[in-house]
Structure formats: structure tokens, C-alpha cells
Design a protein around this ligand. Structure first.
Ligand SMILES: Cc1cc2nc3c(=O)[nH]c(=O)nc-3n(C[C@H](O)[C@H](O)[C@H](O)COP(=O)(O)OP(=O)(O)OC[C@H]3O[C@@H](n4cnc5c(N)ncnc54)[C@H](O)[C@@H]3O)c2cc1C
Ligand code: FES
Ligand code: FES
Length: 487
């Protein structure tokens, strides 16, 4: 049946027939299966109480890659053909005995009301089995997407330290078998639908071309870390959705000699090594974008296509001179990223046109990229201001400057006046002072719940001063590198 979703849970194939495709995995677990260990704290990706692990066959099909995600922001069709583990999975084969990570939580007194505990357990279990984003990351980073309001984090960190690594469950054969014997519901054009909603999941670019032609007003979904909230928080009824998640071509990441091509569906977790390699500051910023769960699901393409004035990727990518590639049918076009953002809430994208890739030039030798994400909280917080500065200083003069900001205007924007005030001038305190003053003419920021207009103006200017200070005193400690640095 084309409207049947099949996935693997604790070694068993589960089938869901005729479901609303915008029902979340969390709703399914709690409402349909009675797996109430997975909690709903916020339903918007912030608290991590709903953390589960999803296992995908790798592109080569020879192994399974597990990743922690927020089940409140995963739509049911997104687990079709995949494996799922919930907190109940950890005790399923132990006749109820606690898993080592759970035992460590108990012995470290790391649970009080217990509401957050299953989410922490799943994040720590993900770390123990080397899941995506948690294999070699510091503990702060692994747990940034899990909030506890009563125990305090010390005991939880102690439990984490006491949890030994272990092999990941090997479900590759079972997943291959599932895909072989039960053709994926989504492997053809027949959409999954209930009475009012339709979910189309093309499996190749050619499929996508046909799907977009057949459903020109459909909403594209990538990782659903934005779109999920349209459903869970805004209660929007999404009629037709085209999921990009199964189009392997859109996940490709190609490092070429002078540029990086990032498929629009590359998740933050997958893109992080290549982007860190391109510009270390960009990598450092991404490690603070959302949480491990958000970065395992969310995509760079979604961040751009969403067009938010406070999206974190555009400023750095604009400063690096990135271009976006768009496609509709057989038509392709490419434009500088800054030109993609027209006005608040409107991007240069026609109905039925999708973002295919972002092409990021490698910085020339001598070009330094500085990226600053200013938030009220160190981890998992949306920026009040995000500033990016790509500067080339040759013989003491500013040979080139590209400066871009988020949070300063209705769209992510270049600071063209500031750039002009820098280029061709000595890289000196006087030049920086003058260029920082010009920022007040480049932008008229607004006051909102994240920051006042005055804060934004002053902070933007100070980021340019900071760039200068860091270039003059490279060994000085100017950054907070982890939330635990506040302790
Ligand atoms: C808890 C939490 C924390 C977050 N923290 C941050 C943060 O610190 N910084 C930040 O910038 N963002 C943050 N976000 C926002 C979000 O994670 C990002 O914007 C993410 O990159 C969106 O990607 P996605 O794949 O989930 O997009 P989706 O939600 O699937 O889609 C987003 C939008 O883009 C469109 N779209 C997606 N892909 C394409 C495509 N290829 N072609 C055309 N249209 C497309 C969709 O139709 C939709 O309009 C956070 C979100 C959550 C839930
Ligand atoms: S319920 Fe809070 S992250 Fe999902
Ligand atoms: S133990 Fe109560 S929220 Fe963490």
C-alpha cells in the first residue's frame, strides 16, 4: 500500500496506515503506541525531553548511522524505511533491567522530577554508541539540547562521565531487508495522504522535477526544524508537502579545489567538517546553532530558504561570497546569496522552484573570516545579532572586505557602506572607528524581544572593533568557548 509507513522499532517492523503525514513521531509514540517514556516538554525543539534516535542506512547501504533528533519535530513519513530507538528500547532486551546510562543517572542522583530524564538518557546513549554529532563532541555540546529545570547539570554530567561507550545496535541487515521486502511507501509518486493532507517524497532529482510540476504550490520540507513548528505551534494545516529528504543528490557535499558545493539537504551535522575546514569560525558558530538534535535534522538549505532575518548561516556565507543554485523543472539559475533575500518574508524563489545547492568559494590565502553570534544564552539560542567579516589585509591595507549581518535589517544583508569605508584604507584603529560609525547608516535595526535597536547598533559596531582587536592580539582570550566557561 502506498500510504503505509514502515519502520523498525526494537527489531520489529511497524506499519502505520493512512496517517496524517503531519502527525509527529512524538504523537505516534505516545498516542498510538503508549510509549510514554518519550516526553513532550515544549513541542518546539528546545527542551530535548522528546529525544529519540533514528538510524539510517548510509548511502553505500553497508552500515547504519544513528542520530539523536527531537521527535516533536519529525513528521511520521520521515521515519519510513528507518530504524527508531526510544528510551524503552534500552530496557527492551534486558527484561526491564536498567541500561548502564540509566544506572549511571540513578547512581549520580541525576534525576529529580524525572521529566527531562528520558531525553538526557537518549542523548547520552547516542554519545555512548557514537551517534552523529555526539561521537567526538564535548559533553556541553552533546547535551546543549536537553534542559533540566530541577536537578542541576552537575549530577547529569557525572552520569555522562560514568557511562561507558558501547557498540551501536547493528540493524543494517534488518533495514536492508525492510527496504527489500516492503517497498517503501514513499518510493514512488503515490503520495501518502489522509483525507486532507498529502506528503510526496521523491527519491531522485527527476522524481522531484515531476513532483514539483504536479504540485506547484506544495511546501518543501527538508529537516522540518522550522516547518515542524508551523504545525506544532501555529497549528497550520499543510495540505501538500514535498519532502526533499530522500533525494540523495541534494545531500551531496563536494569539496572542489577553489569552492565547496553544499547540497541544500546537507544537514548541519554532515556539513560541519567541510565548513569548519573552510573557515574555523564558521564551524565554531555552527556548533552553537540549535543543538545536536537540531543540527542532526536541520539543513543549511532550509536555513537559507526560510529567509529569516536572524538565520545564522546567511551572514557568514554572504561574507564568503556564496551563491545559491535554484532549480525548477529543467531551468537552473544561480545568484549571489545576498540577492536571494528580497524583503522581509520574501525570497527570490518562484513557486515550484527549489534550492539545489549553495556554492561557497574557499577563502583566498590571507582572507580571514570572523563570525560572531550574539545570544542571551550561550547554547541553543537564536541570535540577536550575527556578524560576519571576511577581510583581506595586504601590507597593512584592507585589500578586500565583505561584511554581513543578521538581526540588523529585515533580511540578512551586506554592510556596503562599512565595506567601502574599509577597502583601500590602512587596517588601523582610526579606519575601524570610521567604518564602525558607517554601520549606523547601513542599518536601522528594530527593537524586539531579543534586543533593542540601540543594543544592536552598538553591538554591531563593537563586533568590528573586536575583529580588529583579535587581528592585533591573536593570542588574547576574546571568546567564550563553552557554556561551562560561565561556571
Ligand atoms: C530549537 C531550535 C533552535 C534553533 N536554533 C537556530 C539557531 O541558533 N540559528 C538559526 O539560524 N536557526 C535556528 N533554528 C532554526 C532552524 O533549525 C534552521 O533554520 C534550519 O536550518 C532549518 O532547516 P530545515 O532543514 O529544518 O528546514 P525546514 O524546516 O524543513 O524548512 C525551512 C523552510 O525552508 C523551505 N525549504 C527547505 N529546504 C528547501 C529547499 N531546498 N528549497 C526550497 N525551499 C526549501 C521550507 O519550505 C521552509 O519554508 C532553530 C530551530 C529550532 C527548532
Ligand atoms: S518536546 Fe521539547 S524538544 Fe521536543
Ligand atoms: S529532573 Fe526535573 S526537569 Fe530534570
Amino acid at each position: 500500500m502506498p500510504d503505509t509507513i514502515r519502520y523498525l522499532l526494537d527489531g520489529q517492523v511497524r506499519e502505520i496506515r493512512g496517517a496524517d503525514p503531519t502527525r509527529t513521531v512524538l504523537e505516534h509514540l505516545r498516542g498510538d503506541l503508549g510509549r510514554t517514556g518519550t516526553k513532550e516538554g515544549c513541542a518546539e525543539g528546545d527542551c530535548g525531553a522528546c529525544t529519540v534516535l533514528v538510524g539510517d542506512l548510509t548511502t553505500a547501504g553497508d552500515a547504519v548511522r544513528w542520530r539523536a533528533v527531537n521527535s516533536c519535530l519529525q513528521f511520521l513519513p520521515m521515519i519510513d524505511g528507518r530504524a527508531l530507538m526510544t528510551v524503552e528500547s534500552l530496557t527492551a532486551e534486558r527484561e526491564g533491567a536498567l541500561h548502564p546510562v540509566q544506572r549511571a543517572m540513578v547512581e549520580s542522583h541525576a534525576s529529580q522530577c524525572g521529566f527531562c530524564t528520558p531525553g538526557f538518557v537518549m542523548s547520552l546513549y547516542g554519545r555512548a554508541i557514537g551517534a552523529a554529532g555526539a561521537d567526538d563532541a564535548p559533553l556541553d555540546e552533546v547535551l546543549a539540547g536537553n534542559l533540566c529545570r530541577c536537578t542541576g547539570y552537575g549530577p547529569i554530567l557525572a552520569a555522562a562521565e560514568a557511562t561507558p561507550p558501547e557498540p551501536a545496535p547493528d540493524v543494517a541487515d534488518a533495514l536492508r531487508n525492510l527496504r527489500r521486502t516492503a517497498p517503501l511507501a514513499l518510493s514512488h509518486h503515490d503520495p501518502i495522504h489522509d483525507a486532507s493532507r498529502r506528503w510526496v517524497s521523491p527519491r531522485s532529482i527527476d522524481d522531484l522535477v515531476r513532483a514539483a510540476e504536479a504540485h506547484p504550490t506544495a511546501i518543501f520540507v527538508a529537516g522540518a526544524t522550522d516547518v515542524g513548528l508551523w504545525v506544532t505551534k501555529q497549528h497550520r494545516a499543510l495540505e501538500t508537502i514535498i519532502s526533499l529528504g530522500e533525494v540523495a543528490e541534494l545531500r551531496a557535499i563536494e569539496a572542489r579545489p577553489d569552492h565547496l558545493v553544499l547540497g541544500a539537504m546537507a544537514s548541519y551535522a554532515d556539513a560541519l567538517p567541510a565548513l569548519s575546514n573552510l573557515a574555523p569560525d564558521l564551524g565554531a558558530m555552527i556548533r552553537r546553532l540549535g543543538s545536536t538534535q537540531v543540527r542532526n535534522a536541520g539543513t543549511v538549505g532550509g536555513n537559507i530558504a526560510n529567509g529569516s532575518p536572524i538565520g545564522d548561516m546567511p551572514p557568514a556565507l554572504i561574507a564568503l561570497g556564496a551563491r545559491v543554485r535554484l532549480r525548477r523543472g529543467a531551468d537552473r539559475r544561480s545568484l549571489p546569496l545576498e540577492d536571494f533575500f528580497l524583503v522581509y518574508g520574501r525570497q527570490d524563489r518562484a513557486p515550484g522552484e527549489w534550492l539545489e545547492a549553495v556554492v561557497i568559494p574557499k577563502p583566498r590565502p590571507g582572507v580571514v573570516l570572523k563570525v560572531y553570534k550574539l545570544t542571551k544564552r550561550f547554547d541553543q539560542d537564536i541570535s540577536a545579532v550575527c556578524g560576519a567579516f571576511a577581510l583581506e589585509i595586504v601590507n597593512g591595507l584592507v585589500a578586500n572586505a565583505r561584511v554581513a549581518f543578521g538581526g540588523m535589517a529585515a533580511t540578512p544583508s551586506r554592510a556596503r557602506g562599512c565595506e567601502a569605508a574599509l577597502i583601500g584604507r590602512p587596517w588601523s584603529a582610526d579606519t575601524v572607528e570610521a567604518a564602525a560609525a558607517v554601520l549606523a547608516e547601513d542599518f536601522q535595526p528594530i527593537s524586539d524581544l531579543r534586543a533593542s535597536a540601540d543594543y544592536r547598533r552598538i553591538a554591531a559596531a563593537n563586533l568590528l572593533h573586536k575583529t580588529f582587536a583579535e587581528s592585533r592580539l591573536p593570542a588574547a582570550s576574546t571568546r567564550i568557548l563553552a557554556a561551562s566557561a560561565y561556571d
